[in-house]
Structures are given as structure tokens and as C-alpha cells.
Design a protein around this ligand. Sequence first.
Ligand code: GUN
Ligand code: ZN
Length: 487
Amino acid sequence: MHEFEILHKDLMGRIGKLRTAHGHVETPTIMPVINPNLISIEALEMKKYGAEMLITNAYIIYRKVDLREGAIKKGIHSLLGCEMPIMTDSGSYQLYEYKDVEVSNREILEFQQRIGSDVCVPLDIPTAPYEKRERAKNDLEETLRRMQEARSVIQNKMLAGVVQGSTFLDLRGESAKRAAEIGFDVYAIGGLVPLLESYKFDKLVDIIVASKMNLPLNAPVHLFGAGHPMLFPLAVALGCDLFDSAAYALYAKGKRYITSDGTKKVENLRVLPCSCPVCSSYSVEEVKESADLLASHNLWVTFEEMRMVKQSIAEGSLWELCERRCRAYPVLLNALKHITKYSALIEKYDPATKRPFFYLSECSAHRPEVLRYSYRLNRFTLSGNVLITTNLKEKGFSENEKFDHLFFVKPPFGPCPVELGESYPAGQSEIPAEIDNEAKTVALQNVLKLLEVNTGRAKFVFLYDGSWGGHPLVEEIRKYAEVRREE
Ligand code: GUN
Ligand code: ZN
């Protein structure tokens, strides 16, 4: 039986159903981190925010005698007072932070199994981003050995394989590939916390892609440590399904108010710009005073954003959501631009038809849909006289000239035959009246492509209006077509 079923797709993102021993979970979702030592919001309360699954740290429980004995006696679900599916982490992060943990891989796995965890995690070894390749490779080999051991220890629970390899993309790829060979129920991408903390989101994009390309497509992927909602659209678009958040509580402790496009210092809040149950029933002064209220608000907006991501997948507008959200920070915009470098890969997974395409910024010019359009231009086999015009309103199309085919230039797609004027994607794209240079460039590159694939077959006239004048590719087009400027 497959434990993970994919229900909807958009870009490389998906809405999926993950079956666990404690019921199914709809992904993408965020697992709130429950720290049994310092609970700010009870596990039982998590449901009302929209949580479907929780994550806690088996090592923290193991280390403390009363928690350990409680967990062994009652099981992890009773200890946390909640029957939702629970994933347990192994203490790897403590290993990374404090360089030492007093437990072996086998011991912590046996413990997770014994306390009834739904998804167990081996004691993998995260490598810091500043470490040399040799260190990353050694840590990776030891992680793989531990994952192999985990596979033999864990019998009837789900098990996560962790992808490490630091910032070395080939090591990330190798790590993912070898984890997939061992075979896990969930794959988690680890060792990202320092990159997340330093806002190296373009590197994060590379690491996710290098990992995803080597993981089974039909398995859920967890992004360890990415709890800030501003990252959800991007990470889901690249195929991540599970997230964990300690951020809601950590930010509250640091007096920070999370929004879907960043974080505000609570002392700077003049009003509460949110309508969650906290912000609509308490004053700004009350929220400033209470870390619990702040944590609660932070969690509401975290789940709100995940619901927005899900809705966007269902309606095929995840790219538009990424584009809107990535305007919040230059580093996020950089990450989105970085994602367009992987458009050829994303195009392979992205559904071929969707709702109308909205052009929102120059990043839209490099969307997978636009690339797919260019791949398909060689399907137009033309003969006779062909007019390609930038004038979408057909003005300037001389009645007494006989053309066998008429193409409009629809930025950023490029040439679109009049017959497909209402069809997805080019005919159904909504573009601003003022077209930016990026859209024009991609459109003209595609005009050139159409001309090249039909050289010697058809006779082309390219008619452009003043707003396209001076673009260097218009000169290039002259090599293949009679170019006329509309007066
Ligand atoms: N939490 C944050 N990063 C990691 C990681 O790399 N491995 C594990 N097991 N937990 C984490
Ligand atoms: Zn709020």
C-alpha cells in the first residue's frame, strides 16, 4: 500500500494524503513543534489552528527521566495529550548545536518505536555550511550508515530518511539517491537551519532541487526547520510537503509578530494588521505584553498561509502566490529568480492546462508555462504568406494583402495564431498594458524560433508598433522576415 497519495499538482507542488497509524494528514502541512519542557500552546489545542500532525523531540523526552518514563508507560500520544499523528525527531539538531548527544542511533530509534511515534527519525548528522567538503562527505557516510541501521531497527512504524550533504549539491544528490535506494516512508531535507537563519534562500532552492531530483516523486518530503510562512509558497512549489515550526514560539519569545511577508518587532506595532482570533479580540497593548498571545497569533498566520498555498495549488495559481510573496524581501525575490533557472525541470511536472496565466512581474516571463510554449513552437509547420504582428487588435492588418496565417505576438509567449486566440496558455494570459522588456525579449525570442523552424517554407512579414522599436531582437528578425513598422 502506498502511504502517500497525490491529489492535486501545481508546479512541483502537490496536495497529498499521507496515511499514518493515527489517521491521514493532508499535505502540504506544518507540524507544530511541541517541546515537552516548555509548552506554550498545548498539543490538544493545535487542532483548532488547523494542525493535522505534530512533531516533538524524542531526545528531549529520553534525556529527562520523568518524561522518559511517562512516555514509555503511556506512549507519546498520551504524554502529549493528543491523538493526532506525531513525528519524533531524534536529537540530531541538539547534536549539531551542542556537538554531543548521550544516546546512540539505535537507542533513540528503539525509544521512538517503543513510545509509539508515527514517523521515526534516525540520528542523522547535519553538517554546517562552512565545513569543508571532506567533512560533509564523512558526515554523510555516517548518516547513511545510521539510516541503514534504522531500516533494520524500525519494523512497524513509518521512518524518515534524512538528506544531508551541506551546501555541496552533488553530495545532496548522492545523499538523496542513496536514501531512496534504502527506501523510506518520508524523506526529510536536513542541515538547513544555518542557511535559513542567514536568509540564504537561493542556496536553499539549489539544495531542495538537488535533493528532489534524486528522491522518489511519490514520497512525501519534509523540509526540516523551515517554519516561517514566507517560505511556504516557494518550498511547496519545489515539491516540499511537510514543514515543522518552532518559529511560532521562538519568534514570540523574541517578541516578534509573524506575517505572511515577514516579521515585525512587536514594539513597533501601532495596530494589529491581522484578523485572527487573537488580533480581533485583544488590543495591541495586550499582545505586546503576552508571549502566549503572540505565539497564538504567529500560529494562526502560519496555518493561514499554508491554507493559501493549498488553495493556490488546487486552482493552479501557486506561481502567482510565489510572485506576490517574493516581493516582500529582496532575498526572496532573488530566490524566485533563481527558481526560474529550474523552469525546464519544473515544466516536466507542472500540469499542462490551468486557469488563466497572470503576468505579474518580469519573473513571469520565465515561468514553466512560457518555456513549454517555446518547446511547442516547432509544432507549427507553416507555408504561404504569414503575418506576425505585435498589434493585438488586428489594426494595421492590411485587408488587401493576402496572408495565409496570422499570428499575434502575445508577450511573454510570443507568436500566437489567431485561431488559438482564446486558448490556454497564450490566448488566455492576462498581461498589463505596459509590457516590460523581459516579456518582450522572451516573446521576440519565440518569434525567432518560429521563424527559424519554418525557414524556407513560408514567407513572413513581421509588423511591429512603436513600443517595440529599438529592441535588438527586431533587427535579428530582419534576417528571416520582411520587417515593417506600423505608423
Ligand atoms: N532539525 C533541524 N534540522 C535537522 C536535521 O538536519 N536533522 C534532524 N534530524 N532534525 C533537524
Ligand atoms: Zn493575528
